[in-house]
Design a binder for this molecule. Structure first.
Ligand code: SF4
Length: 419
C-alpha cells in the first residue's frame, strides 16, 4: 500500500458537517468523515475504532459493497468530479485492524444471558459480535463446516479472498463466541430445543434457493441456479461449451466470470432491460466485459430447447416502457423478434428465495415465504428475531449486517429493561 497516495485520498474528503455519505449512503451509517479524518492524521488505530462502532466487516465491505450506489454515490465530491474512494480507505483500515490485532473493548458479564444465532453469514456474525461485546453469551449454529455464509461460497475468490473472510471471522470469534457446525434447522436442530436453552433466538440463515422463470425446458439437464452453482460448486465441464446466464445482478456477473474462468468457450449474459437499469455494479459489468463475457441487453429467454439436456435457447427482444407505479422501466417482449442461440448450459441468476423448511418453523411468513418481522426485527414469536435475506431485507452484505447489528441492539435493550 502506497501510504502517500492513501493520505492524499483521505485529504480529498471535505469532512462535510452533514455527512451524506454516512447518513444517506451507507446502510450501516459508518461515521465516514470521522474515520477518514483519522486516516489523514495517520492515526489508523482510531480510524479502526470509529468504524468498529458500527461495523465488524470493514475489510469485506470496503471491497465488495456497491460503493457507487451507496456511500460514494452520496459523496459531495461526486457532484462535480470523482467521489472520495471511501471503499478503498475502509478496506485499508479494516486490513490494518486485523493485521495489527487492534483490540475492541469487551464488557465482561454485564448481561449474563444466552443468545442462539442460527446462520453464520454477515447478519449472524455482526449480531454475534455486537452481543458478545456486551458480555452476552453467544452461540452460532451453522449448517456448514465453516462460517461466512454467502461471503464464503457466494462471492468468488477473485472478488473477495477467503483469507480476508477468515481473518475477519477469527477477529469476531476472538470475542469468545461459541460455534456449533453442521447444524441444520429442521433436521438436527429444532427451534423448540433452542427455545428451552436460550433467552433469545436470532434467525439469519439467508435465502439461497435460486428463483425459476417458469418457462418450458427449465427442468432439462444443464439448467442450473446460480446460487446453488456458486454455493455447492457442482460445475459441469465447460470446455468448448456455450453458457447463457440469465440475470443482471452481481450474482449473474459472478457466475458468468466464474464459468468463463473455468474454461467455457462462450459465456453470454441475457438481461431484459438496458445497461442503465442493470442492478450489477458498473465495475463488475466492466470487468465481465474485459474477461470476454458478452452481454445481451433488452433480451429475454422464452424457452429452453432440448430432448433430455439443453441444446439451444429461444430468446426474444424487448422494449422498455414506463408503467404506472413502477420505479424502473418495464421490459415488454417484441412480438416476432424471436431467435435461437445454440447453448449447452443455462444458468438462472434471477434472485433467490427461502428454503421450503422455513414453512415448518411455525412462524408467520410473508407472501414471499420470508419470515415476517416487525420494525424491531421481531418475528411472530416474541423470543425470536430474524434478519437479512430470510426476513426479506435488502440483499446486500451491508444491509444484512445492519439487520444483525440492529437485532443485537434491540436484544440488549430488552435485557437491560428486564434487569
Ligand atoms: S460526502 Fe464525501 S467529501 Fe463529504 S464527508 Fe463524506 S466522503 Fe467526505
Amino acid at each position: 500500500m502506497d501510504f502517500k497516495k492513501l493520505i492524499q485520498k483521505a485529504e480529498y474528503c471535505l469532512n462535510c458537517k452533514l455527512k451524506p455519505c454516512s447518513i444517506k449512503g451507507c446502510p450501516l451509517n459508518n461515521n465516514i468523515p470521522a474515520f477518514i479524518e483519522h486516516v489523514k492524521n495517520e492515526n489508523y488505530n482510531l480510524a479502526y475504532k470509529i468504524l468498529s462502532d458500527t461495523t465488524v466487516l470493514p475489510a469485506i465491505c470496503g471491497r465488495i459493497c456497491p460503493h457507487k450506489k451507496q456511500c460514494e454515490g452520496s459523496c459531495v465530491r461526486g457532484i462535480k468530479g470523482n467521489p472520495v474512494d471511501i471503499g478503498e480507505l475502509e478496506a485499508f483500515v479494516g486490513d490494518y485492524g486485523i493485521k495489527n490485532n487492534i483490540k475492541i473493548d469487551k464488557e465482561t458479564n454485564t448481561i449474563s444471558k444466552n443468545v442462539a444465532i442460527v446462520g453464520g453469514g454477515p447478519a449472524g456474525l455482526t449480531c454475534a459480535d455486537f452481543l458478545a461485546k456486551k458480555g452476552i453469551n453467544v452461540t452460532i449454529f451453522e449448517r456448514y463446516e465453516f462460517l461466512g455464509g454467502l461471503l464464503m461460497y457466494g462471492i468468488p475468490e477473485f472478488r473477495l479472498s477467503k483469507e480476508i473472510i477468515n481473518d475477519t471471522i477469527k477477529k469476531i470469534l476472538d470475542l469468545g463466541i461459541e460455534v456449533k457446525y453442521n447444524q441444520q434447522l429442521g433436521e438436527n436442530l429444532k427451534l423448540e430445543d433452542l427455545s428451552k436453552n436460550y433467552d433469545y433466538i436470532v434467525l439469519t440463515f439467508g435465502a439461497n434457493v435460486s428463483t425459476k422463470m417458469g418457462i418450458e425446458g427449465e427442468c432439462l439437464e444443464g439448467v442450473y441456479g446460480a446460487n446453488e452453482l456458486l454455493e455447492i460448486g457442482n460445475h459441469p465441464d465447460y470446455k468448448d461449451k456455450t453458457v447463457l446466464v440469465n440475470g443482471g445482478g452481481n450474482v449473474a456477473m459472478d457466475a458468468a466470470r466464474t464459468i468463463k474462468r473455468k474454461g467455457a468457450k462462450r459465456v453470454v449474459i441475457v438481461y431484459r432491460r438496458s445497461l442503465e437499469e442493470m442492478p450489477a455494479e458498473e465495475k463488475e459489468i466492466e470487468d465481465s466485459k474485459k474477461e470476454g463475457i458478452e452481454i445481451l441487453f433488452k433480451n429475454n429467454i422464452v424457452k429452453i430447447n432440448g430432448t433430455k439436456k439443453v441444446e439451444s435457447v429461444e430468446l426474444i427482444k424487448t422494449e422498455l416502457i414506463k408503467k404506472e407505479g413502477d420505479s424502473r422501466l418495464s421490459p415488454v417482449n417484441i412480438e416476432g423478434s424471436n431467435y435461437e442461440i445454440k447453448a449447452d448450459y443455462v444458468v438462472m441468476a434471477l434472485g433467490s428465495k427461502t428454503d421450503e423448511f422455513v414453512k415448518k418453523l411455525g412462524l408467520e411468513l410473508t407472501k414471499r415465504n420470508e419470515i415476517k418481522i416487525d420494525e424491531n426485527y421481531k418475528t411472530s414469536n416474541p423470543k425470536i428475531y430474524a434478519g437479512g435475506d430470510v426476513a426479506g431485507n435488502i440483499k446486500t452484505v451491508a444491509w444484512a449486517a445492519k439487520a444483525g447489528r440492529t437485532i443485537a441492539e434491540n436484544i440488549i435493550k430488552e435485557f437491560t429493561n428486564k434487569q
